[in-house]
Design a protein around this ligand. Structure first.
Ligand SMILES: [Zn+2]
Ligand SMILES: [Zn+2]
Length: 236
């Protein structure tokens, strides 16, 4: 099973985030613009037939392989132009082409993930550490209500899926002595780290929140916004 938050869910999450953190207004406005682009007329066709996509999903392979993630180059080019226009309009300076291409590719993959989730999201699959849609690594983990199941959010395409309860999602290490646990000031947030591979993962505990935000919004409001700031020439 996997899901990808819809445009409506994301817009509602952005509205709520802005209410309790009004200082994020400008960033939220940027995210709304980018969301409008990716949900607009640029939705790319799938590069493979649904039957083959289902076969790969059930076999535990990523549905979209590196080699066929970007076959619709016309759509990707359109997204790049749109992203460039949005960022240039907001930051009024040259944005590195790399940053524009990376954001456009993310919007491209998410649009494909939306289509795949509509058709295949209900297919029963084993818990995994890799994104079932694109094979990407997680950007964020969430412990769901009420049973604390661990969900992961893909950093490349915004797909959410069920992960094994234990173990490092990056290297698979299962030795508890290698894991660090860093609680935040807010009991809903913590950082897990792994000594074996030196990765960390932000985790939000939905059992500690009355109205959790959609995971992509949680992720945007922290790490991804760092990237937008970096793209605009800021330093963390
Ligand atoms: Zn993915
Ligand atoms: Zn690890």
């Amino acid at each position: 099973m996997f899901t990808v938050a819809s445009k409506e869910v994301l817009l509602d999450g952005l509205d709520r985030a802005e209410k309790f953190r009004p200082e994020l207004g400008e960033v939220v406005a940027l995210l709304r613009e980018l969301l409008a682009v990716s949900a607009g007329p640029h939705r790319p066709a799938l590069p493979i037939a649904l039957d083959e996509a289902r076969r790969r999903l059930i076999a535990g392979e990523a549905i979209l392989r590196d080699t066929d993630q970007v076959v619709d180059t016309g759509v990707l080019a359109g997204l790049e132009r749109a992203v460039k226009g949005i960022l240039a309009g907001r930051y009024r300076r040259d944005i590195p082409q790399e940053a524009i291409a990376a954001e456009a590719r993310r919007l491209f993959l998410r649009a494909q993930a939306w289509t795949l989730a509509e058709h295949l999201g209900e297919v029963d699959t084993a818990p995994s550490f890799r994104c079932p849609v694109c094979g990407g690594e997680p950007a964020l983990a969430a412990l769901s209500k009420p049973d604390g199941k661990r969900l992961l959010l893909c950093g490349d395409c915004d797909t959410e899926w069920l992960a094994p309860r234990l173990g490092c999602p990056f290297c698979g290490c299962e030795e508890p002595s290698r894991f660090g646990y860093h609680p935040g000031e807010d009991p809903a947030y913590r950082l897990y780290s792994c000594d074996a591979c030196r990765h960390y993962l932000r985790t939000v505990d939905h059992r500690e929140q009355s109205e959790p935000l959609p995971l992509p919004v949680e992720s945007w409001l922290t790490k991804d916004l760092d990237q937008a700031a970096t793209a605009a020439g800021y330093q963390g």
